[in-house]
Design a protein around this ligand. Structure first.
Ligand SMILES: Cc1cc2nc3c(=O)[nH]c(=O)nc-3n(C[C@H](O)[C@H](O)[C@H](O)COP(=O)(O)OP(=O)(O)OC[C@H]3O[C@@H](n4cnc5c(N)ncnc54)[C@H](O)[C@@H]3O)c2cc1C
Length: 333
C-alpha cells in the first residue's frame, strides 16, 4: 500500500490497539471537538486505561517500555484521525513528562508520573516566551531561590494543554545569562501566582493553547529537575524526541491527505470520467505517494539509528523538515 503504516509486523499489535482507540473514541467526535475548540478531559483517561500514554516510559511508574519505532507508530496512528489538535493535546505529556522521568528525583517521579501516564493528570511543557521561542538560551522567566521554594516571575506563550494542565514542566532562569543559567522545574497547575489565558489559533483548533503568567509563583525547591542551571541540555534532548514524534505525526497526516485525495479522485467525475483518469491528477497522486514512501523509509531508518545508540541530531532535524514539507506538499496537492 503506497500510504502504508510505519514499522513491520512486530508493530501490528500496538498499531491495532491505537487504531481501535482512534476509531472508537476519536473519529465519531473529532469534527465537533474541532468546532468546539476542545476535546473532553475524559479522553486522557481512556488513553491512559489502554496504556497509550505510558508508551516509552519506565514501567516502574506505570509506563510501557517501547523502542523508538513503536513510539512513532503511536504518533502516526493517532494522527490518522486527521486532526493535529487531538494528537498535540492528548500527547502533550510526551514533551512535558520526559524531563521528569529523565532528570527528576525519585520522589518527583513517584509524585507525578503515575498520574500522568494513567491519564489522571494533564502534563504540559512551557519553554516558549512572548519574546521568542527559538532562542531558548535567552529565556527571561526567572526563578529565585527563597528558603525551601523557588519564586517564579515571567510568562510563557503558545503552551499546548496550558489551560488544563495539572503539571507543567517550566524552563526558568536560575542563574546568569545564556544557556548555563537555565533550569527546569515542575509547577503544579494550582500553584499560587500562576494565571493562564487561552490563545486562539488558525489550526489545531481543539488543542488547548495558553499564555501562562507567573507572578510571585512559589514552587517547592524539590520540584527542580536535576542540578540548578543544568536544564538546557535536558531541553535540547527533549526537543529531539519531539522532532521525531512530530515527524511521525506529519507522516500520518500526509497519508490521510493522500488516501482522501485518491478516494475523491476515483469518485468525482469531470468531462465524462473520474478525476483519477486525468493525467495531471495522476501525476499529483504519484508525487504525493513518492514523497510519502521516501519519508517512511527515512523515519524507519532514523528510528533504527536512534535505537542503535547513535545520536543523529542533524538527521533528526532534517527528518522533521522533510516530514513537514511532505505534509505541506500532500495538503496542497
Ligand atoms: C500550536 C502551537 C503549539 C505550541 N506548543 C508549545 C508548547 O507546548 N510548549 C512550548 O514551549 N512552546 C510551544 N509552541 C511554541 C513553539 O515552540 C515556537 O513557536 C517556536 O519555538 C518558535 O518560536 P517563536 O514562535 O517565538 O518564533 P521566533 O523564535 O520569534 O522566530 C521567528 C522566526 O524567525 C526564525 N528564526 C529564529 N531564529 C533564527 C535564526 N537564528 N536564524 C534564522 N531564522 C531564525 C524562525 O524560524 C521563525 O520563522 C507552540 C507553538 C504553536 C504555534
Amino acid at each position: 500500500m503506497l500510504s502504508g503504516p510505519l514499522g513491520g509486523e512486530q508493530h501490528e499489535a500496538v498499531r491495532a490497539t491505537v487504531k481501535g482507540f482512534v476509531d472508537r473514541e476519536i473519529l465519531p467526535h473529532v469534527e465537533a471537538w474541532e468546532e468546539a475548540s476542545r476535546f473532553p478531559r475524559s479522553l486522557y483517561k481512556a488513553a491512559g486505561d489502554l496504556g497509550l500514554l505510558g508508551i516509552g516510559f519506565p514501567d516502574a511508574y506505570g509506563g510501557v517500555p517501547a523502542d523508538t519505532l513503536e513510539q512513532l507508530v503511536v504518533s502516526e496512528t493517532i494522527a490518522r484521525c486527521g486532526a493535529g489538535g487531538v494528537v498535540a493535546g492528548l500527547m502533550s505529556h510526551g514533551i512535558g513528562a520526559p524531563p521528569i522521568a529523565n532528570l527528576g528525583s525519585e520522589a518527583t517521579k513517584n509524585k507525578y508520573l503515575p498520574g500522568i501516564l494513567a491519564g489522571d493528570l494533564i502534563c504540559a511543557l512551557a519553554i516558549t516566551e512572548p519574546s521568542g521561542g527559538s532562542d531558548v538560551a535567552n529565556l527571561k522567566t526567572t526563578a529565585r531561590r527563597d528558603g525551601d521554594h523557588y519564586v517564579l516571575h515571567g510568562s510563557k506563550a503558545f503552551i499546548t494543554s496550558g489551560m488544563r494542565a495539572d503539571v507543567i514542566t517550566v524552563a526558568v532562569r536560575t542563574g546568569g545569562e545564556g544557556l548555563g543559567g537555565v533550569s527546569l522545574i515542575v509547577v503544579d497547575g494550582d500553584a499560587p501566582g500562576l494565571e493562564r489565558t487561552e490563545m486562539k489559533k488558525m489550526g489545531w483548533w481543539c488543542s488547548d493553547t495558553a499564555m501562562l503568567y507567573f507572578e510571585d509563583c512559589r514552587v517547592p525547591a524539590e520540584n527542580l529537575l536535576g542540578p540548578e542551571n543544568s536544564g538546557f541540555l535536558g531541553i535540547m534532548q527533549n526537543f529531539n524526541a519531539e522532532r521525531l514524534s512530530l515527524a511521525a505525526m506529519a507522516y500520518g497526516m500526509a497519508t490521510v491527505c493522500y488516501d482522501e485525495a485518491l478516494a475523491w479522485a476515483k469518485q468525482r467525475e469531470t468531462f465524462g470520467r473520474p478525476l483519477v483518469r486525468h493525467q495531471v491528477v495522476r501525476h499529483k497522486l504519484v508525487d504525493m505517494a513518492t514523497a510519502i514512501m521516501a519519508l517512511r523509509a527515512q523515519l524507519e531508518r532514523i528510528a533504527w539509528q536512534v535505537d542503535a545508540g547513535t545520536h543523529p541530531i542533524a538527521d533528526v532535524c532534517m527528518t522533521k523538515n522533510l516530514a513537514t514539507q511532505t505534509l505541506e506538499l500532500c495538503a496542497k496537492e
